[in-house]
Design a protein around this ligand. Structure first.
Ligand SMILES: CCCCCCCCCCCC(=O)SCCNC(=O)CCNC(=O)[C@H](O)C(C)(C)COP(=O)(O)OP(=O)(O)OC[C@H]1O[C@@H](n2cnc3c(N)ncnc32)[C@H](O)[C@@H]1OP(=O)(O)O
Length: 185
C-alpha cells in the first residue's frame, strides 16, 4: 500500500474512533490539538484537486482504486469484468456511517452506488455526469459486515447511459438503484 492510501485509511480509522469515543474532555482536547497539528503539516503542500485516475487510463481498466486515496469516501475497490462493475468493502462500514441505530445511513448507500455506476460509465469510455439516481431501500444494511456493490449498463441512447446497481449484504440486495448518466464534453 502506498503512503497516501495508508494515510487515508488511517484517517478513516480515526473518524470511526472519533464518532463513538467516550474518553474524557481533556483527552478529547488533546486529540483535537494533535489532529490540528497534522492538518497544519498536510496543508504545507496541497494539490489543486484530488489525485484521480486520468480519464484515459480509466477507460477499459480492470481495477479502479483512486477512491481509496480519499478518506472522505468509504474505502472500496472496484473491479470491472465482462462490462460489469463489482466493488467490495470486506470489513463493512462502522458506526461512523450509521443512520438508524446499528444500520447504514441511506445516503451512504446512494453515494456508494453513484461512485460505482459513474465509474462503470467512465470505464466504458463515456465522459458523463449523473443526471438522475433513483434509490430503493429494500432492507436495512447492517454495519460491520462485508458489503458488495454491483453495477451494470442496461441501455444507451444518444448521450444517455442507463445503469442499474445494488448494494448487497450477504445474498440480500438491501439498496437498489437506477442511474441515468448524460455524456458531457
Ligand atoms: C469532461 C468531464 C468528464 C467528467 C468525467 C468524470 C465525472 C465523474 C462523475 C461522478 C458522478 C457525479 O457526482 S456527477 C455530479 C452530479 N451531477 C451533476 O452535477 C450534473 C448536473 N446536471 C447537469 O450538468 C445537466 O443537467 C446535464 C449535463 C445532466 C444535462 O444537461 P444538458 O447537457 O443540457 O442536456 P439535456 O439536453 O438537458 O439532457 C440530455 C438528455 O438527458 C435527459 N435528461 C437530462 N437530465 C435528466 C434527468 N434528471 N432525468 C431524466 N432525463 C434527463 C434529457 O431529457 C435529454 O434526453 P433526450 O432529449 O436526448 O432524450
Amino acid at each position: 500500500m502506498n503512503a497516501r492510501r495508508d494515510l487515508a485509511e488511517a484517517v478513516r480509522e480515526l473518524a470511526s474512533a472519533v464518532a463513538v469515543t467516550d474518553v474524557d474532555d481533556p483527552d478529547l482536547a488533546q486529540a483535537a490539538a494533535s489532529a490540528r497539528e497534522l492538518t497544519k503539516l498536510l496543508r504545507e503542500r496541497q494539490l489543486e484537486d484530488v489525485p484521480r485516475t486520468p480519464y484515459d487510463e480509466a477507460v477499459g481498466a480492470t481495477h479502479y482504486g483512486w477512491h481509496l486515496d480519499n478518506p472522505a469516501l468509504p474505502g472500496l475497490t472496484m473491479v470491472f469484468e465482462d462490462g460489469r462493475a463489482t466493488a467490495t468493502i470486506p470489513d463493512g462500514l462502522g458506526k461512523a456511517y450509521a443512520g438508524p441505530p446499528g444500520k447504514l445511513h441511506g445516503g451512504v448507500g446512494a453515494l456508494l452506488l453513484d461512485v460505482l455506476l459513474s465509474s462503470l460509465v467512465q470505464h466504458h469510455g463515456v465522459r458523463a455526469v449523473t443526471a438522475s439516481l433513483t434509490v430503493d431501500y429494500r432492507a436495512a444494511t447492517r454495519l460491520d459486515v462485508p458489503l458488495r456493490i454491483t453495477g451494470d449498463i442496461v441501455g444507451r441512447s444518444g448521450r444517455k447511459v442507463e445503469t442499474v446497481g445494488a448494494l448487497w449484504c450477504g445474498e440480500v440486495a438491501t439498496v437498489e438503484a437506477r442511474g441515468l448518466f448524460v455524456q458531457v464534453g
